[in-house]
Design a protein around this ligand. Sequence first.
Ligand code: PLP
Length: 318
Amino acid sequence: MEAMPRLSAALGGAELWIKRDDLLGLAGGGNKTRKLEFLVADALAKGADTLITVGAPQSNHCRLTLAAAAREGLDCRLVIEERVPGSYNPDALGNNLLFDLMGAASIRMVKAGADLMAEMEEEAAAVKAAGGHPYIIVGGGSSPLGALGYAACAQEIMAQAFDQGVNFDRIVVASGSAGTHSGLIAGLIALNAGIPVTGINVRRPRAEQEANVLKLAVATAELLGTPAPVADDIVALDQWVGPGYSLPTAEMVEAVRMLASKEGILLDPVYSGKAMAGLIALTRQGAFNGERLLFLHTGGSPSLSAFANVLRDPAFNS
Ligand SMILES: *Cc1c(COP(=O)(O)O)cnc(C)c1O
């Protein structure tokens, strides 16, 4: 956890800190590493030899699942969902290039709206037919087991805050497949931390996302055997999604460029850039005046090169 004095000074009103989960292990770091710590342990305990998962064309979750598979000597098969029609380019840079470098056993592209579980079951059937032992990981690793990674992160944040002698008034985090947001909430409540979490959506409307987060947070708390979160604990704002998942916004470009130039920290266009755009806007509006706030950097910078044409031009208008 690091202070961001230059960003704080530029925005005024709040003392901004950042937790560098972009620097976690496995290729390129990011939040999926914490979920995979639990999911891959389960796969190994069950005797799996092949991981199967799903994500968008620039999926950090697919990159990290593949990296975890390489580390454990497992095969990995990816189902890539073309959420933005026409967006899949087999020659794309960013995570797509890394899928190739790390040696995915197969990459299958499916159209938006496909039944992703059915597609993964089909991959699993092919593995079984060849005598293998498949293990399916849901999108984003956002099952209750995966979300435990972020309940553990809540514990780590509290321990580091104690060691560093700081108290946080709020945590701000990107909210997508919801495992990160849900795990954090379940963990903070289990610890009786009393720190509210402001989620910034990257895909879904507010009501839909808050329902998703609540459901997963309750299931995660059940797995932990700790008190269940309630609706009042969940905030997932949707004003910074823009035209849709992974589609650039001028506010995202400003946020990515601002963190890079003021703090030397790389965000990403799809998740942490949009979450930071929300944090910047709310700070400017005075919503966090007088607060010391922790932004959870969920990673994603390996995809930056795939968005170079959007990010390079500071005069970009959405
Ligand atoms: C997946 C992802 C998120 C969102 O986390 P969820 O647990 O899916 O809500 C945020 N940032 C990055 C970089 C991601 O890859």
